[in-house]
Design a protein around this ligand. Sequence first.
Ligand SMILES: [Zn+2]
Ligand SMILES: [Zn+2]
Length: 227
Amino acid sequence: MGVMSETISVCCTACGRRHRYTAPSYPCACGAPVAPRLDPRGSATAVGHRAWDEEWIGVRCAACGAEGRWPRPELGCPCGTVLCVPVDPAAGRRAPGSRVPAHRSVPIRSARDAVTAAVLYLRGLGHRDVRRADQRPLAGIGLAAPGVVVQVDPTVGPASVRDVECLWLTAMAESARGVYFSLAGYAEEARVRADLLDVPLFVLDPTGVPRPANAPAAALDATAGWD
Ligand SMILES: [Zn+2]
Ligand SMILES: [Zn+2]
């Protein structure tokens, strides 16, 4: 059943509210799920300015020992503060007695690879100026280019209807179109809602190629001029 995702209590540094936080799990290249080890004794810190390199942490796979780069655990408090969730400094050790599973060829080894695949695809659609989005999405990494707001979701679970709705709302607020890339696909309800909201859904297949997962995505894909 995969990785044991921990849940810890996180206290907001600004308003004192307490939150339960469960680490998301991500797919290692070997196929096993990995999750950042949280530090229940550590305290959260407020995220100030954003630096791309500080938003990634190394997470070692207990099954094969490979280290991937995944988004640093963060939590958005309703008061508006973004909290950096404490990570166990001793994390990253290989679990004793773990078995190395059969190797699979998966070029997407980390969230960064998923982001790269999405950026390359967006360039094919004519979006040369893809940057990090100002607003962080619920799950994964937010990208933006003129006219589009993009969510890259590298987590193990399928994207939910709430994920799709949040992307659509964020895009609406910026008079842009939301485009979703997911590694694990979409819940059925999420697909239905995306069709209604005209949100293109793509699945990043293991070779790193985005595949259209609904009609709006297929229509968008047909406009791509590959050069
Ligand atoms: Zn707060
Ligand atoms: Zn692994």
